[in-house]
Ligand binder design. Structure first.
Ligand code: SF4
Length: 455
C-alpha cells in the first residue's frame, strides 16, 4: 500500500525509477501532457483512460515551445512572477484532486462548487484560472460576472463522468419518459411525474436542461436534501450522471433497489419496461466516475486485516457495496474535515482520488492516512493540467490575451443558474461529523516566499 507523503508526481517518478515499491495504472502518466494532447483524442493516462470519449470533446492545441522546454524551476519562477504582476486581476483555483505541482499556486483549494462560489467573491478578478476540469470551469462561468473570463489551462481536461450524460441522449430519454408518464402534468397530489436532478459533475447543457424542466442540481454533500426537495415536487426523480451517488443516496433514504431502475442511453426506454418506470422512485442514469469505480470491498477487507481499528471513509461516487462496507461515506470536503476533526492519532483508509489522499497524509503526519487503492491511478482529466499550461495562461494574460476561455451561452446559462439557485434555496443540511464546510485558502494565496518555505 502506498503510504508515501510525497506528491503523486514524485511517487510516480519513484515507482518508475524503482526507488519505491508500488505500481501505477499507466507508465504513460510520466509523459509530458502536450505529448499526450497531441495523440488521438482520449482522456489520457489515469483512471478514465479506458472510457470512450465523445467525438466532440474539446482538444488542446499545441502550446508554445518555450513552455514545453522550460524546466520545473523556470516554470515555478515564471508562474510566481506572473501571479505577482497580475495581483488581484487574476485568481487561481485548484480542485482537491489537482496535482500538488499545480496546487502550490492556487489562491483557493476546494471542491468544484466551493471554488465556483469562492470565485464569485473575487469580483475584482478579470480572470479566473480554474485548475480543474471542464464542467467546473463552466460552473464558475455561470456564477461569475459577465466581465470575468474563466480559463481552463488545458482544454482537454474534461470529465469522463460528465461526458456520460450527453444532452441529446438526455433529451431523448426525457421524451420517452414523458410518453410513459403522460407528459409534464401534475398528478392528483400536485406533484409532477418526474423531477430531473443532476449532480454538479455534469455539463452546463445538462444543468440548463434540468433548470428548464423544474429540476435542481446537487453536490455530493447535499444529495439527500436535494432528493427530499425533489420528492416534495415530484413522484419520481431522474438522476444523472452518476448512478452510484444516486443509488447510495436514495438507498440511505430507504428507497429499495427495485425502485431504482437504470437508464441505459441508446436502448428503448433505457432498457426498461413501462411498468418498471411507473414503479420507479429514482431512475438512475448509466454514468460513473472511473476514479471511484476502482475501489472494492476486497481493498477494505485488506485494510481492516492489515490495520486493525482502521477508519474507512469513502466517497459516495464509489459503488454501493463499497459504501456499505466502509465506516463512513462523504464528499471530499467531508473526508477532509473528518480527518481534521480527529483528536487522537488515527489510521484512515480513504476511498477517493490519490492526489487528495496523499496531500491529506502530508498535512496530518500525526495520523496514518492511505488510499484504499494500492495502485497509483489519478484522475486522468484533472491530470491534464500541468504547470506549463498554467504559466502559459498567466503570461498570456500579461500580454493582454485570454486563452482557453470557457463561456456558457445565455440560453443555457439562465436555466442552469435557476437549477443552481434551487439547490441553494434547498438549504443542504450540514454534515453531522465535522464543522461547516468552507473553501480552503490555497498555498498560492500566501506570499511566495512563505509558500516556498512551507514546502
Ligand atoms: S474524479 Fe471522476 S468525476 Fe471527478 S473529474 Fe475525475 S473523472 Fe470526473
Amino acid at each position: 500500500m502506498t503510504t508515501t507523503h510525497s506528491s503523486v508526481d514524485l511517487t510516480l517518478r519513484d515507482i518508475s525509477a524503482g526507488t519505491t515499491t508500488g505500481s501505477s495504472c499507466s507508465t504513460e502518466l510520466l509523459d509530458a501532457p502536450w505529448d499526450v494532447d497531441a495523440r488521438d483524442p482520449g482522456y489520457g493516462p489515469g483512471a478514465s483512460m479506458a472510457d470512450p470519449i465523445p467525438a466532440a470533446a474539446p482538444r488542446q492545441g499545441e502550446i508554445p515551445q518555450e513552455y514545453r522546454d522550460a524546466s520545473a524551476e523556470e516554470l515555478d519562477r515564471r508562474i510566481r512572477a506572473a501571479k505577482a504582476e497580475l495581483g488581484d486581476r487574476a485568481v487561481v483555483l485548484g480542485h482537491f484532486y489537482q496535482r500538488d505541482e499545480v496546487i502550490q499556486y492556487a489562491d483557493h483549494v476546494g471542491d468544484s462548487f466551493q471554488l465556483a462560489t469562492a470565485a464569485t467573491a473575487r469580483t475584482e478578478a478579470e480572470a479566473i484560472i480554474f485548475c480543474g476540469v471542464h464542467f467546473m470551469a463552466e460552473t464558475a462561468d455561470l456564477l461569475s460576472g459577465p466581465d470575468q473570463a474563466v480559463i481552463l489551462p488545458n482544454l482537454a481536461a474534461g470529465c469522463s463522468m460528465a461526458d456520460m450524460a450527453d444532452i441529446d441522449q438526455v433529451e431523448e430519454c426525457w421524451e420517452q419518459l414523458m410518453e410513459v408518464y403522460g407528459g409534464e402534468t401534475p398528478g392528483v397530489d400536485g406533484r409532477m411525474p418526474v423531477i430531473p436532478v443532476t449532480y454538479m459533475n455534469s455539463s452546463a447543457d445538462i444543468k440548463g436542461f434540468v433548470g428548464r424542466h423544474g429540476g435542481i442540481v446537487c453536490t455530493s454533500s447535499n444529495a439527500s436534501t436535494v432528493l427530499e426537495w425533489a420528492f416534495e415536487r415530484g413522484q419520481r426523480v431522474l438522476f444523472f450522471p452518476d448512478q452510484h451517488l444516486g443509488r447510495n443516496t436514495a438507498k440511505a433514504m430507504g428507497i429499495s433497489l427495485d425502485e431504482m431502475p437504470m437508464w441505459n442511453p441508446g436502448r428503448p426506454l433505457g432498457g426498461n419496461d413501462e411498468q418498471t418506470l411507473h414503479d420507479a422512485k429514482v431512475v438512475l442514469w448509466h454514468g460513473f466516475c472511473s476514479v471511484h469505480k476502482r475501489f472494492t470491498t476486497a481493498q477494505i477487507d485488506t485494510a481492516r486485516a492489515e490495520h486493525p481499528g482502521v477508519r474507512v471513509i469513502v466517497h459516495p461516487e464509489c459503488p454501493m457495496p463499497v459504501v456499505d462496507a466502509a465506516d463512513e461515506s462523504g464528499s471530499t470536503d467531508y473526508i477532509r474535515r473528518a480527518i481534521e476533526g480527529a483528536a487522537e492519532p488515527t489510521t484512515f483508509a480513504i476511498g477517493t482520488e490519490i492526489n487528495l489522499v496523499q496531500r491529506l497524509a502530508a498535512q496530518h503526519p500525526q495520523h496514518t492516512i492511505f488510499c484504499l487503492d494500492p495502485v497509483v491511478c489519478p484522475c486522468s482529466t484533472m491530470y491534464r493540467i500541468h504547470p506549463g499550461y498554467l504559466a502559459w495562461a498567466l503570461e498570456s494574460l500579461l500580454d493582454g490575451e485570454v486563452i482557453n476561455r470557457i463561456s456558457v451561452g445565455e440560453d443555457v446559462a439562465e436555466p442552469a443558474r435557476a437549477a443552481l439557485e434551487r439547490m441553494l434555496a434547498a438549504k443542504p443540511a450540514p454534515d453531522s461529523a465535522a464543522p461547516a464546510s468552507s473553501v480552503t485558502p490555497g498555498p498560492g494565496s500566501a506570499p511566495a516566499s512563505s509558500t516556498a518555505a512551507e514546502r
